[in-house]
Design a protein around this ligand. Structure first.
Ligand code: ZN
Length: 94
């Protein structure tokens, strides 16, 4: 299950407005400020607006992003095998 190691953990954080009384706390869930997603993948940082002010909706989106990566990565090793045995391998085995 090597691909599981490559799956990013997607975090939700809050981009507070300047007027928000909780603006110093990015992990605060209950204010009406936009929620964003944040994750790291292959050494890069990704940020994406969750297009919602609801933490729970954003958390669901985060799981979706994780699942997209999971699907992508479980498909890829198989595809690589399907394209499979190289000429080199055939030559060596004969
Ligand atoms: Zn806020």
């Amino acid at each position: 299950m090597w691909y599981a190691l490559l799956m990013p953990a997607v975090h939700v954080y809050t981009r507070h407005r300047k007027t928000c009384s909780r603006k110093s706390d990015r992990a605060w869930k209950s204010c009406p400020c936009p929620k964003w997603l944040l994750w790291h993948y292959h050494g890069k940082m990704f940020r994406q607006s969750a297009s919602t002010r609801d933490w729970n909706v954003a958390a669901k989106m985060a799981r979706n992003v994780e699942q997209d990566y999971e699907r992508h990565q479980t498909r890829e090793p198989k595809a690589a095998l399907d394209n499979g045995p190289t000429l080199e391998g055939a030559v060596i085995s004969t």
